[in-house]
Design a protein around this ligand. Structure first.
Ligand SMILES: [Zn+2]
Length: 113
């Protein structure tokens, strides 16, 4: 599954950062995932325990912040949620928009105990 290989990659990155900072135990990992990213938060949470087994992240918690998919209407400058409005501006019905957010996928914070 796509999510699992991505998680392994994240674990690798976190281990590098932890080593550099001489951290031995991590309590919580916070990821930011955009609504339009290909990652599904529900799957990530489910696969997390398997991905962290035997790593510095063992026994840590995964928190996911979902970033809304927002678009800026090119015709009336209204900002709207692309998923909720299905890509059509609710004010002027234009389908022409600029993507403001929603494709993010990043490590936001690593909390150590
Ligand atoms: Zn509009």
């Amino acid at each position: 599954m796509h999510e699992l290989s991505v998680l392994f990659e994240i674990v690798k990155q976190v281990e590098l950062v932890a080593k550099k900072n001489e951290v031995e135990h991590i309590e919580t990992l916070i990821l930011q995932i955009g609504e339009l990213s290909s990652m599904i938060p529900h799957y990530m949470k489910k696969l997390y325990p398997a991905a962290i087994e035997g790593t510095i992240l063992a026994d840590s918690r995964l928190e996911i912040e979902v970033i809304p998919a927002n678009g800026l209407c090119k015709d009336c400058r209204q900002v709207f949620n692309l998923i909720k409005e299905k890509g059509t501006c609710p004010t002027c019905q234009s389908k022409s928009f600029e993507l403001l957010s929603g494709k993010e996928f990043m490590i936001k914070e690593i909390l150590c105990s």
